[in-house]
Design a protein. Structure first.
Length: 192
């Protein structure tokens, strides 16, 4: 009887382990400055782009950079992606300062603004790519779908920073709902 109970406990712990979050972290000077993960035949990419449009984790003081998150449909069917993955903390920046984390906010003031009446879903055919991007300094930008530019941030001073978010990605195939969640993306970066 004890063996059965221990076996059931072991099996339960095994299944509990399957529900853990997956954490994808990009470190400064990683060979590939892009987080690339494939889940259920959907390729996710998260990176920061320098002013030349190249993925990077090291920037010069005063240089602007752009957040870019994209996803590619590698399924045989078209998918409809619910844009609820874009939360109010998407692309938030945190500065590391002597062991303390300082929240610097995000590069936009809201989501959807005048786009409220617009489509809130991405429809992706097989092999098509969708996504969102937003520069940190937005003073010369108009609203960048789906973000509201609003009050611009200043360029970052030299220091160590990171940006991260937890992905809650919902999509449909032929009216059947699917969800990819508990995926955490984090990029560490430096301004020199």
């Amino acid at each position: 009887m004890k063996k059965i109970i221990y076996s059931l406990i072991a099996i339960s712990l095994l299944f509990l382990g399957c529900d853990k979050d997956e954490f994808y972290e990009l470190k400064i000077n990683d060979e590939n400055p892009v987080i690339e993960k494939s889940v259920n035949k959907i390729d996710f990419k998260f990176c920061l782009l320098n002013e030349k449009g190249e993925p990077a984790t090291i920037f010069e003081e005063g240089e602007n950079f752009t957040f870019q998150f994209s996803f590619q449909n590698n399924l045989e069917d078209s998918i409809t992606v619910n844009t609820s993955f874009v939360t109010n903390n998407f692309f938030k920046v945190t500065q590391r300062n002597n062991g303390e984390n300082i929240d610097l906010g995000k590069p936009y003031t809201g989501i959807w603004c005048e786009f409220a009446g617009g489509p809130k879903n991405f429809i992706l055919a097989p092999n098509a790519t969708g996504g969102v991007q937003c520069p940190w300094v937005t003073k010369d930008e108009k609203n960048i779908h789906p973000f509201c530019a609003g009050e611009s941030k200043e360029a970052l001073n030299s220091g160590m920073y990171f940006t991260q978010f937890e992905l809650d990605f919902q999509y449909m195939i032929n009216e059947k709902e699917f969800k990819i969640s508990n995926k955490n993306f984090k990029i560490n970066f430096e301004v020199k």
